[in-house]
Design a protein around this ligand. Structure first.
Ligand SMILES: [Fe+2]
Ligand SMILES: [Fe+2]
Length: 357
């Protein structure tokens, strides 16, 4: 990037852009003040474009994505690229993927894509791959190694033998708390590919992994889960600075496992509530601070949100901007050795649900 900027400038500009509730993320990777290597990228995820019939689509989900595209094009500094975190479609229909890509084609920067389960299970990703290419790949950008994984695969047997049609299979995977569903996984072949890919990367290069499901085990009933997470984590272990950024969960999550920081991005479509199980576990998940403030089904952007991410130390600081709510920062805390919700980690500071009327 020819233009240099520092974090203060970036925050100032972001504050202007963030005047509304913007369903996208920008990510700043900075190598030091005014370093020409500094760059940003934007992150948009989980649009769930839903086909009704003919040329009719569910309007709210369209609007979330349209707004994200518009805001991304207005960003200053301009992001070097955009990352799309998966689930373009709701039921993987070609109409949905095409309509989503048509909206995304309005973006001026290049877009990198990850596969979501809603893009995959109707035809095992055939149409998505035809339009977008491989579902796992890596690239280097200004000193950072980026890896994209397809983390929503599952057992061959379940995929191929059990269901009368692809749409039946898709609908099983689209449900929560479904005993007929299956856990997601990266799988043997992709892990082998990842091992070879990482063999070329020096251990002090910052590594950023994009996946759709979290490469950690959070809540199996909702598939906030990747079954071979530990095996993928083991491949990432030798690197000094590793961050996994994922979509799928439609809510704020963060965690630290060994050397790996985990952060979720929010959806442009709808938020999921926090599963009850969270409160039974000691974890670094948010303390249900805002309960996603999503109790209001009549507020279409309720608890969807926008975030930008600083990586100037090689660790991620995630800045969430939530509509009708207080902003939050989840940042790596050196002393604690894991990400901390700066203002709300302490449960005494929880924000009660808020009203929009
Ligand atoms: Fe999703
Ligand atoms: Fe998903």
């Amino acid at each position: 990037m020819s233009k240099t900027f520092n974090r203060r400038d970036f925050l100032k500009r972001s504050a202007v852009v963030a005047a509304g509730a913007l369903p996208l993320s920008t990510i700043e990777i900075a190598f030091g003040k005014n370093n020409p290597q500094n760059f940003t990228f934007a992150y948009i995820s989980d649009s769930h474009i839903t086909h009704i019939k003919g040329n009719k689509f569910v309007r709210n989900w369209d609007r979330g994505l349209i707004r994200a595209v518009a805001e991304t094009n207005l960003m200053d500094p301009k992001p070097d690229f955009v990352f799309y975190g998966g689930d373009i479609a709701q039921l993987g229909k070609p109409e949905e993927i095409d309509h989503g890509l048509e909206i995304l084609s309005g973006l001026s920067p290049k877009v990198h894509y990850v596969m979501g389960e809603h893009d995959y299970y109707v035809d095992l990703g055939e149409y998505w791959r035809k339009q977008l290419g491989p579902d796992h790949y890596s690239f280097d950008h200004k000193g950072v190694h980026f890896v994209v994984l397809n983390s929503i695969l599952t057992h061959e047997k379940w995929m191929h033998k059990k269901w009368p049609s692809g749409m039946d299979r898709m609908k099983q995977m689209a449900r929560l708390d479904n005993p007929n569903g299956q856990p997601f996984m990266v799988g043997d072949a992709q892990r082998k590919w990842l091992k070879n890919d990482l063999a070329k990367v020096s251990k002090d290069t910052p590594v950023v992994v994009f996946s759709h499901s979290p490469i950690q085990k959070i809540y199996k009933g909702w598939n906030f889960w990747t079954d071979d997470a530990e095996q993928v984590q083991a491949l990432l272990k030798p690197f000094n600075k590793v961050t996994v950024i994922y979509g799928h969960v439609h809510q704020i999550q963060y965690n630290q496992i060994g050397n790996i920081s985990f952060h979720s991005a929010m959806a442009t479509a709808w938020p999921w509530p926090y599963p009850k199980t969270y409160v039974q576990k000691a974890s670094y998940m948010p303390k249900l601070t805002v309960e996603m403030n999503r109790a209001d089904p009549f507020f279409e952007r309720d608890a969807t949100g926008w975030q930008f991410i600083n990586m100037d130390t090689g660790n991620v600081d995630m800045h969430y901007v939530l509509p009708e709510n207080q902003n939050r920062v989840v940042a790596f805390d050196k002393k604690a050795g894991h990400p901390v919700d700066r203002d709300f980690q302490d449960s005494a500071k929880r924000i009660p649900p808020q009203k929009h009327f």
